[in-house]
Design a protein. Structure first.
Length: 292
């Protein structure tokens, strides 16, 4: 009796394969096409003069090219402060407790408010007639005029208030993802808490902190509402986004505005690439443990 040949089972079709095409279309529609359109528009100057005329205008106009330095002066300190402060706070709250729940819940509030409402609150509380300057004067702690708004410091404080919760939540997720048995094993070998942090946690956290720094930097570099509401748009807080907005909506030169946006993106790309390049020198393996 001949046994019929068994047909090998057909490989099951990936249930998620049908999502690939819509995802690619979504990415192209929201990211690739606007970038390609803006890049092409930047090489078509409104007043003629060749494809590089807008970029020459930007780098030769003394009211435009310094905006790169102004934006960096705001974005870099805000990034360093947000990531630097979030690390010890997240490390102190790495164990799940009611304090961790309270801190994460409290810090979600600035994220939900947004930069505009944060700026409005800062004008109310930190402005010339706000409660903070009045409290300093009433307690005789500072008798001169307190100016924390409509200047460089107002924008920087706003970037810290709006950016710190984002950096903290990212850092907390990285810290809690590290296997605690690594530090316990080091403690049994005589490592102090500082040695555990310096030799175990910090090398494992470096890649995650780099990513948090990149995201925080991009968020701070694109500052616009805070620079307008809390800064001096025509002076010390004239950032690149303000220059692009003025070119687009005051001069109606969308080609020049696109060129400024391209320069803005290029500066961000260079610094983010530099930070990601430094990340390669740190440990990049698994940091969590499993049951074996």
């Amino acid at each position: 009796m001949n046994t019929p040949a068994l047909t090998p089972p057909r490989a099951p079709r990936d249930a998620k394969a049908w999502l690939v095409a819509p995802a690619l279309i979504f990415i192209a529609a929201l990211f690739i096409y606007p970038f390609a359109y803006g890049l092409a528009l930047s090489f078509r100057p409104m007043n003629g003069g060749g494809p590089w005329a807008n970029y020459l205008t930007f780098f030769t106009d003394t009211s435009m090219w310094p905006t790169i330095l102004v934006t960096l002066k705001l974005a870099v300190p805000a990034t360093l402060i947000n990531v630097g402060v979030s690390l010890p706070v997240a490390f102190a709250l790495r164990r799940y407790s009611r304090y961790q729940k309270f801190a994460t819940t409290l810090l979600v509030i600035p994220v939900t408010l947004g930069t505009v409402l944060i700026a409005d609150g800062m004008l109310t509380y930190f402005g010339p007639n706000g409660w903070f300057p009045q409290a300093l004067h009433g307690l005789h702690l500072y008798t001169q005029e307190v100016r924390l708004t409509h200047n460089f410091w107002g924008v920087l404080i706003s970037l810290i208030v709006s950016g710190f919760p984002f950096a903290f939540l990212l850092t907390l997720s990285y810290v809690t993802g590290i296997d605690p048995t690594l530090a316990s094993a080091a403690a049994t070998l005589g490592a102090s808490p500082w040695q555990q942090f310096r030799r175990i946690y910090l090398p494992l956290l470096a890649p995650g902190l780099t990513m948090a720094a990149c995201l925080s930097f991009v968020q701070a570099f694109s500052v616009f509402p805070s620079a307008v509401l809390l800064g001096a748009p025509a002076g010390p807080t004239r950032v690149m986004s303000i220059a692009a907005a003025e070119a687009a909506f005051e001069s109606y030169d969308y080609s020049l505005a696109s060129a400024i946006a391209m320069v803005m993106g290029f500066v961000q790309l260079v610094l983010v690439a530099a930070m990601l390049g430094v990340r390669r020198f740190f440990y990049s393996g698994p940091v969590t443990g499993g049951k074996g």
